[in-house]
Design a protein around this ligand. Structure first.
Ligand SMILES: O=P(O)(O)OC[C@@H](O)[C@@H](O)c1c[nH]c2ccccc12
Length: 261
């Protein structure tokens, strides 16, 4: 199964990183930074109207290379100028062709909050995200038992990072809520089969209590998709491919926002 393969390879990646920079060192660097951030990632998503988390993603396991012409910084700057609320940056190197450097560069350059999009399987990656300048980390429910999930959410919060807790079914919503998630993202793509179904967000929306920020992720392509999601009470959408494939990201984002152009 692809998700397990990616998770296993990520564990290996973390082991290799630890040889270069041990956990104690990355922890010390992260905890020396300001924890009193005001959680900008979740705060911006709470603003009235639907928010847009725009993703910087070169490739994916389901689609292969999406953007042959990939200038991570230019893309992030274009997103910000076009009115993105936050930016998601893939750092997984093998299937998504991401890089920690992309995250570091983008977080340094843009004024909006940046999410580290990776397969978090070790607390090491949360401290690392802080050091790289992220405002939030992704925690995928199906990779973490409830106890670990709750521990990782706690670590993120203690560093002033938000945690976007990703779910795909009823059981995972329950465990995200129990674990203390403040931001829940429904992935419309089944990471086991790659099938996309936006109705997953509709089905799971009712199970997420008010007060928790509700994000819909993946497979969002049209203004109609956004209007439907807004109508069911979605706080934010996370969009990758539709924007990454567009030669004019600014116009594409404005179209998705329903602006007259
Ligand atoms: O490119 P899309 O279909 O707009 O999807 C973006 C984002 O939701 C997707 O990249 C994603 C959602 N959850 C993930 C977990 C890991 C890697 C990637 C993802």
């Amino acid at each position: 199964m692809i998700l397990q393969k990616i998770a296993d390879r990520t564990r290996e990646r973390v082991r290799e990183l630890m040889l270069v920079k041990p956990l104690e060192k990355v922890m010390a660097e992260a905890t020396a930074m300001d924890p009193d951030t005001g959680y900008p990632f979740e705060e911006v998503l709470k603003a009235p109207g639907i928010s847009f988390i725009c993703e910087v993603k070169k490739a994916s396991p389901s689609k292969g290379v999406i953007a042959h012409d990939f200038d991570h910084l230019a893309i992030a700057i274009e997103y910000e100028k076009a009115g993105a609320t936050a930016i998601s940056v893939l750092t997984e190197p093998f299937w998504f062709m991401g890089s920690d450097e992309y995250l570091r560069d983008i977080a340094k350059k843009v004024g909006i909050p940046v999410l580290r999009k990776d397969f978090t399987v070790s607390s090491y990656q949360i401290y690392e995200a802080k050091v790289l300048g992220a405002s939030a980390v992704l925690l995928i429910c199906s990779l973490l038992d409830e106890k670990t999930l709750s521990e990782y959410i706690g670590i993120a919060h203690s560093l002033g990072l938000s945690a976007l807790v990703e779910v795909h079914d009823e059981k995972e919503v329950r465990s995200a809520v129990n674990a203390g998630a403040r931001v829940i993202g429904v992935n419309n793509r089944d990471l086991k089969t790659f099938e996309v179904d936006i109705d997953t967000s509709v089905r799971l929306r009712k199970l997420v209590p008010p007060g928790i920020v509700f994000v819909s992720e993946s497979g969002i392509r049209t203004r109609e998709d956004i209007e439907m999601l807004e109508n069911i009470g979605t706080d934010a959408v996370l969009i990758g491919e539709t924007l990454m494939r567009s030669p004019d990201k600014k116009t594409e984002l404005q179209k998705l926002k329903g602006m007259k152009i």
